[in-house]
Design a protein around this ligand. Structure first.
Ligand SMILES: [Zn+2]
Length: 148
């Protein structure tokens, strides 16, 4: 891609889920290695599928890992239970909603204090997206505030 601003990993066909054909998100190999149970996958460029009703979690040009291959429930997939938002401290969507409704938490900081989320985060190996849960917590707070 000529106008691409990034290095090799974030663009191109490799990030389209081969099963649902939706655009996924780039995920560090470290994350895939720590999440997939059993044999260590071959190193490569991996994407994560964000589609709720697609069973694929990670994919690369020569490998696909489904929910059953992954050690933790994938919160954004249909039927996931429990729905972890902060994987490092195993804080669920339900606990965050409760912090907003019962403890009047309004910010990520409030939620962190009430639930213990984001403490000693090791998102690279604990969060299936390989990224910090900060944004996901914000989204849950937003939804909880709107429905209050
Ligand atoms: Zn998919």
């Amino acid at each position: 891609m000529e106008n691409c601003c990034c290095s090799s990993s974030c663009c191109g066909a490799a990030l389209v889920c081969p099963v649902c054909n939706n655009l996924g998100q780039s995920v560090p190999f470290e994350t895939v290695k720590s999440m997939v149970r059993g044999n260590t996958p071959a190193e490569g460029e991996f994407g994560v599928c964000l589609t709720a009703d697609c069973d694929v979690v990670y994919f690369s040009s020569n490998a696909i890992f489904h929910q059953a291959d992954v050690a933790v429930p994938i919160a954004w997939k249909k039927g996931a239970s429990p729905k972890y938002v902060c994987y490092c401290n195993q804080v669920t969507e339900e606990e965050i909603v409760r912090a907003v409704v019962e403890n009047k938490a309004k910010t990520v900081g409030d939620v962190a204090k009430a639930t213990g989320a984001m403490k000693n985060g090791k998102c690279l190996i604990n969060n299936p997206k390989g990224t910090c849960c900060h944004k996901d917590i914000e989204n849950v707070i937003q939804q909880a505030l709107e429905s209050r």
